[in-house]
Design a protein. Structure first.
Length: 338
């Protein structure tokens, strides 16, 4: 059986890390290694990991000072020895047939990547259909169908979930092409990694009927908390995505859509976790986004009739510098989401 490396970055995950790792140890497929990277945790995560490592030889513990999730994942890739590679977050978990199903598929179909849907675990389990139907795609089909979705799908706001952890990867492709996570990006680094990996693939298979990955929704995730320098980070990530997508059909149109959505995401970010004292500074953030010349240039290229009513409305507010209205709508949106 080919070995699978499961890479788990962990920062202050004392309450969840044991459950996460045990979901891997309980797999019906036994030929794997769990590479868990303690990213400078200040709670009892390290103690938990030392104990878990002593209980099963398939667990490999790596330590580093706090350098962020991207640096932790890169370290995990460096020390991995498996033919295949998966990523798992420290508060999520796998169904017990996950690895067996993915390995069976990639070996049988002779593809470079297997991608699935996933479940969101909160008060009520929600099945997320990022894949509408099962299909096997060649490189050309990926370029025409998959890359544009990775760049910018039809959602109003980027949810940061582009399925890094719903895939099985070939380690050789990652290492031979030196594919790494951008350590200078706080968000969107997952998507760039997936895009770069897929540009080096010959084929992928999408499985619509499998939901092996359980994403645990919690209030500490990046989608719920304020991110500093959000706009500059998302603008930089969009530029890098455009470079990766040089051969993608309608890349300029996709880039315009991506930058506009990243602006919306950044405006919404500006009113997260906000108290009264922070209002003036957050208001300035939105004004700064609206004054961006590159953004306004790309907005002028967008065909408004192709957009949903909500997205069209927000883009018009941005184009006409309606800062107060955008601030109010962003705040209401965040309050409504809880």
């Amino acid at each position: 059986m080919p070995k699978v490396s499961i890479i788990i970055p962990a920062f202050n995950a004392e309450k969840t890390i044991a459950y996460t790792i045990n979901s891997v140890l309980a797999q019906t497929y036994s030929e794997f290694e769990v590479i868990v990277i303690n990213d400078g945790s200040t709670d009892r995560t390290l103690e938990e990991l030392i104990y878990l490592e002593s209980q099963d030889s398939r667990i490999k513990l790596l330590n580093q000072k706090n350098m962020g999730v991207s640096a932790a994942r890169n370290k995990g890739i460096k020390y991995s020895t498996g033919k295949y590679l998966m990523f798992l977050d420290a508060d999520d978990f796998l169904d017990k047939m996950a690895i067996e199903s993915l390995v069976s598929c990639i070996e049988k179909e002779k593809v470079d990547c297997v991608s699935t849907n996933y479940k969101i675990i909160s008060k009520k389990t929600k099945y997320i259909d990022v894949i509408e139907y099962s299909e096997k795609l060649s490189f050309k089909e990926m370029k025409d169908k998959l890359y544009p979705v990775l760049l910018c799908d039809n959602s109003l706001v980027d949810t940061y979930h582009k399925g890094l952890w719903t895939k099985l990867y070939r380690s050789k492709i990652i290492k031979d092409n030196q594919i790494n996570f951008c350590t200078d990006l706080q968000i969107y680094e997952d998507t760039l990694f997936v895009m770069e990996y897929l540009t080096n693939c010959h084929s992928i298979i999408n499985l619509a009927d499998i939901y092996f990955y359980n994403y645990v929704n919690n209030n500490s995730s990046v989608t719920n908390n304020y991110v500093s320098n959000c706009w500059l980070t998302l603008k930089l990530s969009a530029e890098r995505a455009k470079k990766l997508g040089t051969n993608i059909k309608n890349i300029d149109k996709q880039y315009s859509n991506l930058l506009s959505r990243n602006a919306i995401t950044s405006i919404i970010n500006a009113t997260k976790s906000m108290d009264i004292k922070k209002i003036p500074q957050r208001f300035k953030e939105i004004k700064y986004i609206l004054s961006d010349k590159d953004l306004n240039h790309e907005l002028s290229k967008i065909r408004l009739k192709d957009l949903s009513f909500a997205r069209k409305t927000i883009i018009l507010l941005i184009k006409y510098n309606m800062t107060y209205m955008l601030f109010a709508l962003s705040y209401i949106y965040n309050v409504a989401r809880g």
